[in-house]
Design a protein around this ligand. Structure first.
Ligand SMILES: NC(=O)c1ccc[n+]([C@@H]2O[C@H](COP(=O)([O-])OP(=O)(O)OC[C@H]3O[C@@H](n4cnc5c(N)ncnc54)[C@H](OP(=O)(O)O)[C@@H]3O)[C@@H](O)[C@H]2O)c1
Length: 314
């Protein structure tokens, strides 16, 4: 049987490259959508050879990428304009998340893409003050409005944050708690990548056209995470506030006058600290992808993958 072709938008990103790996493990043919300036090194080292060059802010380039022959069976959209990665490297802004994603949906619809798997954000429909959250909800609505077949995976906070500050801290016995006293739903990004690959390749069409919360079995507080790290590492790890209290005194000022990227991050942090980042619907994830990963197991795998513990002989 011929390998199914899946186009990954944002393939050079942190999650994007994990999605590429998950697709290759399932023997799919990966078509990586990258920008002319994207660093392809990691993708090439994974064995990707099929690249299409496009920018979400350039509709013609998207049209060309999505009509490349042979056509892809699915598109997984993991690009982000408002992330630290792209803000740092390309001076991107929210235009990618708004106009860019709209362009992508239009191009997918015009090209007759059978399904789009959107990497979305947990509770994005309830966070109008957090730009990069609410923009995901706008894209979900636009997919439905355009009748473009889709599945939105509304992910919890990545256990392995984009700029991974956790591993170096837990090595020194500290879990950096970004929202002390508040539980947050999390997901280890390789699990999200595996779900995205399954959604693109295996799920029946009857599973499409909905949004699914994607997270671990329970929301976790900092102390609960610290306990899981203590067990995984076999030495004490304690939760400590990630930011000194003084920071919160000046945040309103920064939020008012800071650059959009920083304002967005501050709004997201405020939302997390109010307890907004918690799933109220775990059944759909279980029905489509099986038992939810536990915090304990996710932390144990994270520790192994980051080289914090020696792999056990199997
Ligand atoms: N971090 C979390 O806790 C979390 C939680 C839930 C959901 N998410 C979502 O997960 C997704 C992936 O996040 P990530 O941390 O892996 O992102 P990332 O590492 O910042 O990667 C962003 C990707 O988007 C690409 N990109 C940016 N602007 C583009 C444009 N105009 N046209 C085409 N490609 C563009 C970048 O390409 P270049 O390499 O060329 O810059 C890069 O491949 C995002 O959609 C994010 O919202 C994250």
């Amino acid at each position: 049987m011929e390998a199914k072709i899946v186009t990954v938008v944002g393939a050079s990103g942190t999650l994007g490259s994990a999605i590429v790996r998950a697709l290759l493990e399932k023997r799919a043919h990966v078509r990586a959508m990258v920008r002319a300036t994207s660093d392809r090194t990691k993708l090439e080292s994974l064995g990707v050879t099929d690249f299409v060059v496009a920018d979400l802010n350039n509709p013609a380039s998207l049209q060309q990428a999505l009509t490349a022959e042979p056509r892809a069976e699915a598109v997984i959209a993991s690009a982000a304009g408002f992330s630290a990665h792209s803000a740092r490297t390309k001076g991107d802004n929210s235009r990618t998340d708004t106009e860019g994603y709209r362009n992508l949906v239009d191009a997918a619809k015009n090209a007759g893409v059978p399904r789009v798997v959107l990497i979305s954000i947990l509770e994005c429909d309830k966070a109008p003050k957090v730009p990069h959250f609410s923009q995901k909800f706008v894209t979900e609505k636009y997919l439905a409005e355009k009748r473009q077949p889709y599945l939105a995976l509304r992910a919890g906070a990545f256990l392995d944050r984009a700029q991974d500050v956790v591993a170096p801290k837990v090595r020194n016995g500290v879990f950096p708690d970004i929202a002390p006293g508040v539980a947050i739903d999390m997901i280890y990004s390789p699990d999200l990548a595996r779900y995205a690959a399954e959604a693109a390749l295996d799920l029946p069409a009857s599973a499409l056209n909905q949004s699914i919360d994607v997270c671990c079995n329970v929301p976790a507080t900092g102390p609960l995470m610290a306990e899981a790290f203590t067990r995984a590492l076999g030495r004490p790890v304690v939760a400590k506030p990630a930011f000194p209290p003084l920071i919160f005194a000046i945040l309103p000022l920064v939020a008012r006058f800071g650059p959009p990227h920083l304002r967005d991050q501050i709004a997201a942090l405020a939302w997390l600290r109010k307890g907004g980042y918690v799933s109220h619907e775990r059944q759909k994830q279980k029905a489509l992808f099986g038992e939810l990963p536990t915090i304990e197991d996710s932390v144990a795998r994270y520790c192994r993958d980051k080289g914090l513990v020696k792999p056990t002989a199997s």
